[in-house]
Structure formats: structure tokens, C-alpha cells
Design a protein. Structure first.
Length: 385
């Protein structure tokens, strides 16, 4: 089969740092035919530097050319949240396979309404090949370290608690510090905090789900703005209660001076932690540590003897590559689907890790944290999507 025709909408930092490599790595399976930006200069610069055989397009006329091009099957949307959802829906209306970078929408209300329209269209499609596909790109759900944590969390016995710590320096050292749209609290509620924290909440929710805790149902939180050059708030500390009755602490700050990332789970039979950075920790990947109870008759360890109940496994970053490979494969599968296959049979359902519903659930968690903090720490119910 010939490579899938694709278009890239957006030429910002993430498109340069990540999708340039994604498309090149899958060159035999997907061909980037068009690059679109809000300005033609940006699209031309991206094409000239990375994909000289692609067309550079801009504005509404350029977008319509992409939507009307039957040789383009996949559209990757890497745009600010203020514009992303509207363009995603236009692509879905053109029956494209759409890959959308987070956040899924500016608000949960907007996301739920769009998802409802999408699911109705999928249900009415005569075959998978005729249905639009909305794939939500949240790379933390695909990171090998978190996938492994989800697979191992059942070894910990009854879960007692989960703790999430995410300290990140959002300052001149960070490539995203100069972002204007992430400071737009009116159209991007929560600004930098929301755009960053949907990643962290996705990881927390994935591990909690794998542990059988269900969804977060209620949160309490407090916040502050420590750095006036960032959007408000830049730091939030809270507690979430999951359906299973297990609490999770959440501590996130973009005003920190160093990277310190940790997601830990404590159970009656052991504990695990996925970590990055911190005091001497690696910043170029994650480390998964698992500690389980020793067998009842295990003799005491001797000095220098390795602890068989402790495992430490390093993981390189892989989420962006792994999710893109899955998206390309699914698009190819749907493209090859015949008319005799049941309607929407291969389109990911609401609980798939690539579903827009999962993105809306991440956002609902964030909205509840911000709402509670705005109310001085009052408990707030998490909208169930």
C-alpha cells in the first residue's frame, strides 16, 4: 500500500521538535504532503527546512485545499488551544483522520459538545473507511515508563495512596517561556498551568485506572502565583478522591528552580515510583522503581547483597514516537477497511487511551483543581465525561 498522505497544521516549537522527527521516522508509511500555518512565511520556512517536497499553505484558502484533497488522509493539528478545536471539527467534517495535540479544548463544556457531535457522526457512518477519526495525542499515556507502571501496579496489594509531584522551571531556560497564547487566561483558562498539567494528570489517571481506582470524583486545592511573569496560577497543591475511596495528592509548580517529577503509588504489598530529575536524577528519561514485600522466610540481607525486592529500570522518552506510530497504523487500517465492515468498528471508543474523551477527563480534573483553588479550597466535584 502507498504511504498515507498527511498534512501538518501548525509550525510552532512542538511541530519542529517532535513532528519533524515523527514524520521522518515513518517516511515509508506516511508522506507529508502539506504544511499549513496561519501565516505563509511560517509554512514556507518549515517546508524549506524540513520537507521541501511538501506544499506550504496558509489561511482559510490553504486549509480548504487540504480538506478537499482526497490524497490527504491524516491531518495532524498542532495549534494553540484557542484555535485547535474549531479546526479539528472542520477536519472531521471532511472525513479526515485527525491527530490533535493537547489540550483537547479550552473548556470541558466545549470538549463535551464537540465529542458528542463526533460520536454521532461515527455512529452514522456506513463503514469505518467513511467515518472520521479523532485521535487525541497525549504522549504521557504512551510513555514506556507509565505503561510499565500500569502493568506492575497490581503487584502492590491494596492501594493506600498516590502522590504526584511536578516541579518545573518555566523561565528563560524553557523553550515555551515566550509563548503568548499560554498566558491568555481568558481564552486558555489556567494558561501555562493547564497546558502543562494535563500531561501530569494523564499519567496520574492512567496509573490510578490500572490500579482499579476508577475516576477522580472530588478535589480540593489551593493555588498561588509566585512569579508575576507567568499566568495565574503557577502553583497548585491539592487532593483528589477517586471512586475507590483512595486519595491522591497533587503538587504542581511552574515556579520551581529545578525539574523534579515523581508519581508514586503506595500499597499494602509494595510501592512504585516513576521519577525524573530531582536531586541528581536523570532529566533525559524516567526511572521506574518498584519495591515489594520479601517472602515470609527470606533471611536478612547481608551487607552489600542486592535487594531482590527492589527493581530500578530506566526508560528513555518514547511516548511521542509510540503514539504517532499507532496513529499511522490505525489510519492505514481504516483506509483499507471495506464497505462490508460494521460502522465505526475500528474507530477507538470513548475509553481508548487515544480518545478525545480521555483528553476531556484530564481537562475536567484540571478545571476542578482550579475551581476549588478559586473558592479557597472548597471541595469541587470533577465533571464525569
Amino acid at each position: 500500500m502507498a504511504p498515507i498522505g498527511a498534512a501538518l497544521l501548525g509550525t510552532g516549537i512542538f511541530a519542529k521538535d517532535v513532528y519533524k522527527n515523527n514524520f521522518k521516522a515513518k517516511a515509508g508509511d506516511v508522506e507529508l504532503k502539506a504544511v499549513w500555518s496561519r501565516t505563509l512565511d511560517s509554512a514556507q520556512a518549515y517546508v524549506q527546512e524540513y520537507f521541501p517536497n511538501a506544499s506550504a499553505l496558509a489561511g482559510d484558502e490553504g486549509l480548504e485545499r487540504i480538506l478537499g484533497d482526497d490524497s490527504i488522509h491524516m491531518v495532524v493539528v498542532v495549534l494553540p488551544v484557542q484555535a485547535s478545536l474549531q479546526i479539528v471539527e472542520r477536519c472531521l467534517a471532511a472525513r479526515k483522520s485527525v491527530v490533535q495535540e493537547k489540550p483537547v479544548a479550552a473548556t470541558v463544556e466545549d470538549a463535551v459538545a464537540a465529542i458528542g457531535r463526533y460520536r454521532s457522526t461515527v455512529a452514522a457512518a456506513p463503514s469505518p473507511a467513511a467515518a472520521p477519526v479523532w485521535l487525541f495525542a497525549e504522549n504521557y499515556r504512551y510513555e514506556a515508563a507509565f505503561v510499565a507502571a500500569c502493568q506492575r501496579v497490581s503487584e502492590l496489594g491494596k492501594i493506600v495512596k498516590i502522590d504526584l509531584i511536578a516541579d518545573l522551571p518555566m523561565d528563560e531556560r524553557n523553550r515555551y517561556y515566550g509563548s503568548v497564547w499560554r498566558r491568555d487566561n481568558a481564552c486558555c483558562p489556567g494558561g501555562f498551568f493547564t497546558d502543562s498539567s494535563v500531561h501530569f494528570i494523564a499519567a496520574l489517571r492512567a496509573v490510578a485506572g490500572a490500579a482499579g481506582l476508577g475516576q477522580a470524583v472530588r478535589v480540593t486545592a489551593h493555588s498561588l502565583q509566585a512569579k508575576p511573569d507567568l499566568s495565574n496560577p503557577d502553583s497548585v497543591v491539592g487532593v483528589a478522591l477517586f471512586e475507590g475511596g483512595v486519595p491522591a495528592s497533587i503538587s504542581i509548580s511552574l515556579a520551581a528552580h529545578q525539574v523534579r517529577w515523581s508519581l508514586s503509588v503506595v500499597g499494602t504489598g509494595g510501592s512504585l515510583e516513576v521519577s525524573r530529575g530531582g536531586w541528581g536524577g536523570s532529566r533525559v528519561g524516567y526511572t521506574l522503581c518498584i519495591k515489594t514485600l520479601p517472602p515470609p522466610q527470606q533471611p536478612p540481607l547481608q551487607p552489600g547483597q542486592p535487594d531482590p525486592t527492589l527493581q530500578q529500570v530506566p526508560y528513555a522518552f518514547s511516548g511521542c514516537q509510540d503514539e504517532f506510530a499507532e496513529f499511522v497504523g490505525l489510519t492505514a487500517e481504516l483506509r483499507a477497511a471495506g464497505p462490508g465492515v460494521g460502522a465505526g468498528a475500528a474507530v477507538p471508543g470513548p475509553n481508548a487511551r487515544s480518545s478525545p474523551e480521555e483528553g476531556a477527563r484530564d481537562l475536567a480534573f484540571i478545571e476542578a483543581l482550579l475551581s476549588s483553588a478559586a473558592k479557597g479550597g472548597e471541595p469541587v466535584a470533577v465533571v464525569q465525561v
